[in-house]
Design a protein around this ligand. Structure first.
Ligand code: SF4
Ligand code: SF4
Length: 107
C-alpha cells in the first residue's frame, strides 16, 4: 500500500517552513512538488503505510491507497483522523460505504 494526496485539498501547508507530512514521515518519503507546491510520496514502494502523514495533515489531504490487485475497480479504503482515533470508510464496487470509527486504546 501507499498514500495518495488530494491536490485539491493540499495547500502545501500554506508556505509554513515545517511541512507537516514531510517532517513526520519516518522514511523521508513525502516531499513537495517544486512546481505545484503540493505534497506527494516520492517512493511509493518504500511506504509501509504507517499513516503518520494521514494523521498529521491539517487539510485531510492524505489517504492510503490500495493496489488495484487488492481493491476492485471503483472500490477503496479511506482513512481520516477524527478527534480520538481514525475513521475508516470501505467503499465496495457498487459505491456503497461502510464506516468504522476506531478509537485510540489509550485511556
Ligand atoms: S501536511 Fe497535508 S496540507 Fe501539508 S503539504 Fe502535506 S498533504 Fe499538503
Ligand atoms: S504512510 Fe508513513 S511511511 Fe508512508 S508516506 Fe506516510 S508517513 Fe511516510
Amino acid at each position: 500500500m501507499a498514500v495518495g494526496v488530494d491536490g485539491n485539498l493540499c495547500n502545501g501547508c500554506a508556505g509554513e517552513p515545517d511541512v507537516s507530512c514531510v517532517v513526520i514521515c519516518p522514511g523521508d518519503l513525502m516531499t513537495l512538488d517544486a512546481q505545484t507546491l503540493r505534497a506527494y510520496c516520492r517512493r511509493q514502494d518504500d511506504c509501509w503505510n504507517c499513516c503518520a502523514c494521514v494523521k498529521v495533515c491539517p487539510a485531510g489531504a492524505v489517504a492510503p491507497r490500495l493496489s488495484y490487485t487488492i481493491a476492485l475497480y471503483g472500490s477503496g479504503v479511506w482513512v481520516e483522523p477524527i478527534e480520538n482515533g481514525f475513521r475508516w470508510t470501505f467503499t465496495d464496487e457498487r459505491g456503497d460505504d461502510e464506516v468504522f470509527d476506531v478509537v485510540n486504546g489509550v485511556r
